[in-house]
Design a protein around this ligand. Sequence first.
Ligand code: HEC
Length: 216
Amino acid sequence: MKKILCGVVIALFFLSSCGTSVSHQETAKTGNNGKQEKSSKKIFTQVDSIMQLGDKISKDLLQSLQKELKKNLQEGGAVAAIQMCNTQALPLTRKIEDKYHVRIKRISQLYRNPKNKPDSYEDQLLATVDYHYGATKEIKAFTNFRTLDGEDYVIYYKPLLVKGVCLKCHGDVNEMDGKVVTKLKELYPEDLAVNYHEKDFRGLLSIAFKIQEENK
Ligand code: HEC
């Protein structure tokens, strides 16, 4: 991480977990001028560090979210846990973002909260990962390089798979608790995130690191 400072990402690349996100505009990378090439080379030598940091941050976030989820499921059941997702996931995600100076999103083609809707680039990425996972049964975290509004980012993506516990709120609507279905309908009338099965590909956790060269 010597040559990259993971700075604060512009507000356009916004959150979150059970939270919000706003769409971002992608600017096409122009030409092959020397400066950009040089900068890209530096970045690619740092990919291992980004992978390690991404693994660490995603673990930190997913653990704190899952701890809250478990606590709420045990104490108040699934309806209380849905409520928790509304009120607690965002501050929890912000805490992790501030701790590491990154911006975090959860994206899915079958999104529950329209704020987690992928942009067209992310939509293609999700489709590719889903297809590859279906064909090979293999799935793992990866990084890519993206320019958004003239700023360069390395983005770490962690695939999220459906586990047994997720089915309480993302499973077959005919088998889910009626109160959960009602609550979900009330909060998310356009909900797409149901009828999943265990081990299905659910979406990606994305962690954006802004690239700044020390010697710029
Ligand atoms: C108690 C109910 C509940 C459980 C259990 C649950 N979720 Fe969710 N999930 C939600 C709610 C509610 C949202 C929408 C949050 C929001 O408003 O952003 C959501 C949103 C998401 C999103 C963001 C994309 C979208 O659809 O908006 C992902 C990804 C996700 N869940 C994955 C999982 C995974 C993986 C598990 C199991 C480890 C899981 N969820 C378990 C209720 C739940």
